[in-house]
Design a protein around this ligand. Structure first.
Ligand code: GLV
Ligand code: GLV
Length: 355
């Protein structure tokens, strides 16, 4: 192969490998055993001759790595993730490295996990599972693991983009919940869906469902029974959920996070869980991954899973394929503008292409 492409991790499927090796690339997949590679590990991988890299959300892609990639003759980097808060886009631009991410293929998978966490937390599934395995079940009881009924309650979505909207549809259609959402942009499609579904339910003699676009995030926190967070992580969403906002939520609310850990002040969340035993959370992401803040692991009212929201076979193979396409496309001269997975400054779908 003419072009040396490095993948910092082995990824599911073989399509992404063939895509590169069938198109003039010599692929090198890092075999290092440790889970999270340091900047030095990646510098060694890049070496002095490298055209493109497929990297992971656990890696810190900033000036050091992008300038090294540039010196090695590289022009392309793709995160194998939709989120790219681990990537310094300005540093990449300064060094002439195009950046890609992998949206789309993980929308439904991630929404399904957020829905699963919502139900698991509302119905205390994990606590009940642990109780069974501990041999504590000695007969049916009226009080045993009583949780929340979702039907007719209100689901609150903060960040109604691709994933947030898919999650909302699942909770509305699956559990007949009402919707309240907060986003800078109006989600007309989601509103139309709820309206149509509400009419369908009523035509069948059932209670309808309603939607409301909240004027503030606080309105969602105060009114919703189940709240799922789907914002992008940046300076404006860091510790979006803080002690004051936790205090606004209903005492029996369910809070779900499958976006990025730092969106929640996790230490404050642990205190809130301790003080409010009926308040429940479902967490896929943590502020200081792979660690949990002290006390969280002991909380029975928390369901915790290790950042697996996009972990379905189809999606992970799709993410790997998109990441390979992003890198291959740039190396082979595919215009960055035409690449739907190129991130800023090419992310804005409404902007007009350069002349
Ligand atoms: C996973 O967290 C992703 O951003 O794809
Ligand atoms: C519960 O198992 C019931 O039959 O009500």
């Amino acid at each position: 192969g003419k072009y040396r492409v490095v993948s910092t991790k082995s990824m599911p499927g073989t399509r992404w490998i063939r895509l590169l090796t069938d198109n003039d690339c010599r692929l090198e997949i890092c075999t290092e055993k440790k889970t999270i590679l340091s900047v030095d590990d990646i510098l060694a991988l890049i070496g002095d001759h490298c055209h493109g890299v497929i990297g992971q959300l656990t890696e810190d892609w900033g000036e050091v790595l992008f300038s090294a990639l540039k010196r090695a003759g590289g022009t392309a980097f793709s995160n194998m993730a939709v989120g790219y808060n681990n990537v310094d886009v300005d540093a990449a631009n300064r060094n002439g490295i195009a950046i890609g991410n992998t949206p789309g293929v993980l929308t439904e998978t991630t929404a399904e996990l957020a829905a699963s966490l919502s139900v698991a937390a509302a119905r205390r599934i994990v606590e009940a599972d642990q109780f069974m395995r501990a041999g504590l079940y000695d007969g049916w009881l009226p009080h045993l693991f009583v949780g929340n009924l979702l039907k007719g309650q209100t689901v609150g979505v903060i960040g109604a983009g691709r994933i947030g909207s898919a999650y909302a549809r699942m909770m509305i259609e699956g559990f007949k919940m009402n919707l309240i959402y907060y986003d800078l942009y109006q989600s007309t499609r989601l509103e139309k869906f709820v309206t149509a579904y509400g009419q369908f339910l009523k035509a069948n003699g059932e209670q309808g469902v309603t939607w409301k676009r909240a004027g503030s995030m606080e309105e969602v926190l105060r009114e919703a029974d189940v709240i799922s967070l789907h914002p992008v992580l940046d300076k404006t969403t860091y510790h979006l959920i803080n002690p004051e906002r936790l205090a606004m939520m209903k005492k029996e609310a369910v809070l779900v996070n499958a976006s990025r850990g730092p969106v929640i002040d996790e230490a404050a969340l642990v205190e809130h869980l301790k003080a409010n035993p009926m308040f429940r959370v479902g967490l896929d992401v943590f502020e200081d991954e792979p660690y949990m803040k002290p006390g969280l692991a002991e909380m029975k009212n928390a369901v915790v899973v290790p950042h697996i929201a996009s972990a379905s076979k189809w999606t992970r193979e799709g993410m790997a394929t998109l990441a390979a396409l992003n890198v291959l496309g740039k190396i082979k001269g595919y215009p960055v503008w035409g690449n739907p997975n190129a991130v800023e400054p090419f992310l804005d779908e409404n902007a007009t292409p350069p002349p």
